[in-house]
Design a protein. Structure first.
Length: 215
């Protein structure tokens, strides 16, 4: 029996897992809309700035993936690549927050929202990736392609920053550190992101061997 046949014979995602996906998606959606709704009457509040945080964008993607995974649970390889990419973005969100942003104001003063978006949902996406790993092997070149979004986000932030005189994170703000220091820091971050992406893909392969018996 080939690896493909073994993978194709795997059981579908348990209904409990799918229900949990939808439940966490709803929690994430509430956390995402809470601050904009609460600040509707605040003239100083910027929705554009809010949606210029990597945390917010990655969590929007996570909510969509959880909803779709819970309601439809697509089996195709393309969907598994999307799941993997979003899982990487959420892991990046969690790690960068823990290492660089834990004591920085990122417009999420509510502790429960911080915990949901920076800690809980990243863990949920990673655990879901491990418990229901991709049924097909994802090649390294496709894994590295996942980093296109963080790179585009960084370029967007650097272009938009001088226009609106605002940057979402201190480590991407050249006004306080200069462009040389900024460039060096971004290179280090990119290397870290590559390692995180390869690690998430590797964890998925190990989990697939355990669950599906693939090699």
């Amino acid at each position: 029996m080939t690896t493909t046949n073994l993978v194709g014979s795997a059981t579908s995602t348990p209904i409990v897992v799918r229900a949990l996906r939808i439940g966490f998606a709803i929690l994430g959606l509430v956390a995402l809309v809470w601050i904009p709704v609460r600040n509707m009457d605040n003239e100083l509040y910027s929705v554009a700035n809010y949606f210029s945080y990597f945390t917010i964008l990655s969590n929007v993607a996570a909510v969509v993936v959880l909803f779709v995974g819970g309601a439809i649970d697509p089996p195709g390889e393309r969907w598994q690549r999307i799941r993997g990419a979003v899982t990487v973005y959420m892991v990046i969100t969690c790690v960068v927050y823990a290492v660089l942003l834990a004591n920085v104001d990122v417009m999420l003063q509510d502790k429960w929202i911080n915990d949901v978006l920076h800690r809980l949902l990243p863990i949920v996406l990673l655990v879901d990736w491990i418990l229901t790993p991709p049924r097909q092997r994802i090649e390294e070149k496709r894994v590295l392609a996942w980093l296109a979004f963080p790179i585009v986000y960084g370029v967007y932030s650097l272009i938009r920053g001088p226009i609106v005189d605002w940057y979402p994170y201190p480590f991407i703000d050249p006004r306080t550190q200069g462009y040389v220091s900024l460039a060096l820091g971004l290179v280090v971050l990119l290397i870290a992101f590559v390692l995180l992406a390869l690690s998430v893909a590797g964890i998925g392969r190990l989990a697939a061997r355990w669950r599906y018996g693939t090699e």
